[in-house]
Design a protein around this ligand. Structure first.
Ligand code: NAD
Length: 475
C-alpha cells in the first residue's frame, strides 16, 4: 500500500520543515520525513541547526559570554562579585531544554498546519516514490506529485585526524563536553572553529586554532577580518595561520597534533581536538540511481536557480545544493519551492544573503567586500564608523569594532555593509532590508535612527561614505 501526497519533503531541518509548512499553508497535502537521531536515541525535527548546530551553540555562546563578562567586565561596571563560578552541568541542561522546546515547537507547527511529520529514512525511488524506512526496519512507500530533497550536510572528516567521539570530535561533540578541557586544539578557523573556540576559551580552556590558509577569514572584508583577528588575539585565542594539520595521535589521554606551517613541522599537545574544516552535502543512501537526480563533482545535488533538480518535479534545497551552507538561505529556498509548486511567483535573491559569525564581538556582513569590488573594477565609495564613538556601545562597555559601508561611486547604490562589533548580526538586518530594496547610501543617511542605539553606527558609516559623519572626523 502506498500513500499519496501532493508534496513529500525528505529532511526536517530548517530548509525541509519550513518548505513543508509553506507547502501545507498553500493547501497542499504534505509529509515531512526525518531520520535525525539524538545521542539518547530519540528522534526530533530541526536537523543539525536545531539539534546540533545553530541553536545549542548560540545557547552556549550566550552562557559563556555572560560568564566571561561576570568574571572580567562586571568590575568595571562597579559590580563586585566573588569570582563567578561555573556550573557546566546546569549550562548544558539549559542548552538541552532550549533545543527540546524548539523541536517541540516544530511538532506543534506541523500539527496546526496539518503536515504529516514522520520519523524514518527517506529514499527517492523512480516515479516520484519515496521509500520510508523506520528505525524498527518497517517500510512504507509514499507517492507524491512533488518531492523536495532537504537532507543537509555533515561534518568533513580529516584522514589525518579521524573522529573518535572522545578526544577528536566534530562540532556536535564539541557542544557536549561535560567538563571544560584544559587545552583544546581546533582545526579550522572558519565559522565553527571560531564560535566553538570562543565558547570554550571563555569557559577557561586554552584554545589553539590551526588554520591551513594564510589569510584569516578570507571570505570577510579585509578591514573587518583584521579587526576581528585583533580582538580574538586580545581575548587570548591563539590562531595560527598557514598551519596544515598532518597527524593527530592519542597517547596517554592527550592528543599530539602535528602540523606544518611552511617554516617546518610542529607539534602541540592538547586534551581535546575539535575538527571544523567544513561540511559536505549529505546524500548517503538518498537517491536510487534510476531516480534521475544528478550530483555535481563535489557531491551537491545539481539544481537550477529555482532549485529544480535534473528529474521532473524533484526539487532540492539547503546545504545539499550549491550556495552558502546557512539555515536562512535553506529556509528561503524551501519557501520558494513550496510557492513555485503551488503556482505562485517566488524567487531567492542570492546576492543579498546575510552572513553572521556569533563570536564576541560578532561579525556580520551582506553584499560585496571591498576586495571583491576592487577585483571587479567597479568604482566604489567607502564609509566607516568605529563603535568607540557610539554612546550606546560605550555604555554597554562593548566599544570595539566598526561598521563599513560600500556604495557605488556613480549611482550611490549600496554594495556591501560589513560589521564587527556588538550585536552585529542584529544591526545587519537594516542593511539587508536596504539592499533588498536597492537603497542608496543617501537613503540610509536620511533615515532617522533612534538615539542612543547601536544602529547609529550604521547611520554614521553611511554618512561617512560622503564624508558627512557627525560624530567622527571625516578624512
Ligand atoms: P568553514 O568552511 O567555514 O571553515 C573551515 C576552515 O577550515 C577553512 O578556513 C579551511 O581553510 C580550514 N581547513 C580545512 N582543512 C584544514 C586543515 N587540514 N588544517 C587546518 N585548517 C583546515 O567550515 P566550518 O567552520 O566547519 O563550517 C561548516 C559550514 O557550516 C560552513 O558553510 C558555515 O558557513 C556553516 N556554519 C555557519 C554558521 C553561522 O552562520 N554562524 C555557524 C556554523 C556553521
Amino acid at each position: 500500500m502506498s500513500r499519496k501526497y501532493d508534496v513529500v519533503v525528505i529532511g526536517g531541518g530548517p530548509s525541509g520543515y519550513v518548505a513543508a509548512i509553506r507547502a501545507a499553508q498553500n493547501g497542499l497535502r504534505t509529509a515531512c520525513i526525518d531520520a535525525w537521531q539524538n545521542r539518547d536515541g530519540s528522534s526530533s525535527f530541526g536537523g543539525t541547526c536545531l539539534n546540533a548546530g545553530c541553536i545549542p551553540s548560540k545557547a552556549l555562546l550566550e552562557s559563556s559570554e555572560l560568564y566571561h563578562r561576570a568574571r572580567h567586565e562586571f568590575a568595571s561596571h562597579g559590580i563586585v562579585l566573588e569570582p563567578a563560578r561555573l556550573d557546566l552541568a546546569k549550562m548544558q541542561e539549559r542548552k538541552a531544554r532550549i533545543v527540546a522546546q524548539l523541536s517541540g515547537g516544530i511538532h506543534a507547527l506541523f500539527k496546526s498546519n496539518e503536515v504529516d511529520g514522520r520519523f524514518g529514512r527517506g529514499r527517492l525511488l523512480p516515479d516520484n516514490r519515496v521509500l520510508v524506512t523506520a528505525r524498527d526496519g518497517s517500510e512504507e512507500t509514499l507517492v507524491a506529485d512533488h518531492v523536495i530533497l532537504a537532507t543537509g550536510s555533515t561534518p568533513v572528516e580529516l584522514a589525518s585526524a579521524p573522529f573518535d567521539g572522545k578526544f577528536i570530535v566534530d562540532s556536535w561533540g564539541a557542544l557536549d563536553f561535560d567538563e571544560v578541557p584544559g587545552r583544546i586544539g581546533v582545526i579550522g578557523a572558519g565559522v565553527i572553529g571560531l564560535e566553538l573556540g570562543s565558547v570554550w576559551a571563555r569557559l577557561g580552556s586554552e584554545v589553539t586554532i590551526l588554520e591551513a590558509m594564510d589569510q584569516f577569514l578570507f571570505m570577510a572584508d579585509g578591514a573587518i577580518a583584521r579587526e576581528a583577528q585583533r580582538q580574538f588575539k586580545r581575548q587570548g585565542l591563539d590562531i595560527r595561520l598557514g598551519a596544515r594539520v598532518s597527524a593527530a595521535r592519542v597517547e596517554d589521554g592527550v592528543v599530539r597534533l602535528a602540523y606544518d606551517d611552511g617554516q617546518g613541522a610542529h607539534e602541540i599537545e592538547v586534551d581535546r581536538v575539535i575538527v571544523a574544516v567544513g561540511r559536505r552535502p549529505f546524500t548517503d543512501g538518498l537517491l536510487d540511481p534510476l531516480a534521475g537526480v544528478n550530483l555535481d563533482e563535489r557531491g551537491f545535488i545539481e539544481v537550477d536557480d529555482e532549485c529544480r533538480t535534473s528529474a521532473p518535479n524533484i526539487w532540492a534545497v539547503g546545504d545539499v545544493v550549491r550556495g552558502p551552507m546557512l539555515a536562512h538561505k535553506g529556509s528561503e529556498e524551501g519557501v520558494m519551492v513550496a510557492d513555485l509548486i503551488a503556482g505562485r511567483h517566488a524567487e531567492v535573491n542570492y546576492s543579498v544573503i546575510p552572513s553572521i559569525i556569533y563570536t564576541a564581538p560578532e561579525i556580520a556582513w551582506v553584499g560585496q567586500t571591498e576586495e571583491e569590488l576592487k577585483e571587479s573594477g567597479r568604482k566604489y565609495k567607502v564609509g566607516t564608523f568605529n563603535f568607540a564613538a557610539s554612546g550606546r556601545a560605550r555604555a554597554m562597555e562593548q566599544a570595539a569594532g566598526l561598521v563599513k559601508v560600500l556604495a557605488d561611486t556613480d549611482t550611490d547604490r549600496l554594495l556591501g555593509v560589513h560589521i564587527v562589533g556588538p550585536m552585529a548580526g542584529e544591526l545587519l538586518a537594516e542593511a539587508v532590508v536596504a539592499m533588498e530594496f536597492e537603497a542608496s547610501a543617501e537613503d540610509l543617511q536620511r533615515v532617522i535612527h533612534g538615539h542612543p542605539t547601536l544602529t547609529e553606527a550604521v547611520h554614521e558609516a553611511a554618512l561617512s561614505v560622503d564624508r558627512r559623519a557627525i560624530h567622527a572626523i571625516n578624512q
